[in-house]
Write a protein that binds this ligand. Structure first.
Ligand code: IMP
Ligand code: MG
Length: 186
């Protein structure tokens, strides 16, 4: 995995919160836990678009289980922190009935997104349903939802990079950072 180096351009409007090397070390640990917990089983990994793509690419290359990959597109109106009305922009293609499903998302914030996805998946009667998120902002949670695998628990700050966006920007930063001028609360 590539490490952050001095050649990486630092975005002047973003303060680094979690470096690329810390992210990669943590993903190694998460993948090892998943490998152990699902040993002997085939997993259907359901990744939520779009923010998960970078995390997903690094995570699945550390998973040594038989694995099938599918995507669900979930998006909320607005570009800031509040998830308003959720729309499903892409539905699952794989049949997950009686399968071991691991949902992967970038960040668990209020929990609205993951709750809606889990409700949808439960109706499809998977054998088991677990969740893995890179980031968790527990302060913002509106219900009692907790992810089974969490990369980092972070304070209530708006973060970008490593797949996470603000208005579709900053996804390509190799680290997770905090916007110096955060978006106004919606
Ligand atoms: P939730 O439905 O409130 O849990 O929000 C989850 C979704 O909101 C994530 O999948 C992200 O797309 C977005 N989100 C929440 N917090 C942040 C953040 O700090 N930076 C970027 N996107 C965020
Ligand atoms: Mg987003």
């Amino acid at each position: 995995m590539s490490r952050s180096s001095t050649s990486v351009p630092l975005d002047p409007s973003v303060d680094i919160l979690i470096s690329a090397s810390r992210i990669h070390r943590r993903i190694n640990v998460l993948a090892e836990q998943i490998n152990q917990d699902f040993a002997g089983k085939e997993v259907v990994l359901v990744a939520l678009l779009n923010g998960t793509v970078i995390f997903l690419a690094d995570l699945i290359r550390r998973i040594s289980l038989p694995l099938r990959l599918d995507f669900m597109g979930v998006s909320s109106y607005g570009s800031g922190t509040e998830s308003g009305t959720l729309i499903f922009t892409k539905e699952l293609r794989l049949d997950v009935r009686h399968r071991h499903v691991l949902v992967v998302d970038d960040i668990l914030d209020t929990g609205k997104t993951l709750n809606a996805v889990l409700e949808r998946l439960r109706r499809l009667q998977p054998a088991s349903l677990k969740t893995c998120v890179l980031l968790d902002k527990p302060e913002r949670r509106s219900g009692s939802l907790q992810a089974d695998y969490v990369g980092f628990s972070i304070p209530n700050q708006f973060v970008v990079g490593y797949g996470l966006d603000y208005d579709e920007r900053y996804r390509n930063l190799p680290y997770i950072g905090v916007l110096k001028n955060p978006p106004p609360a919606e």
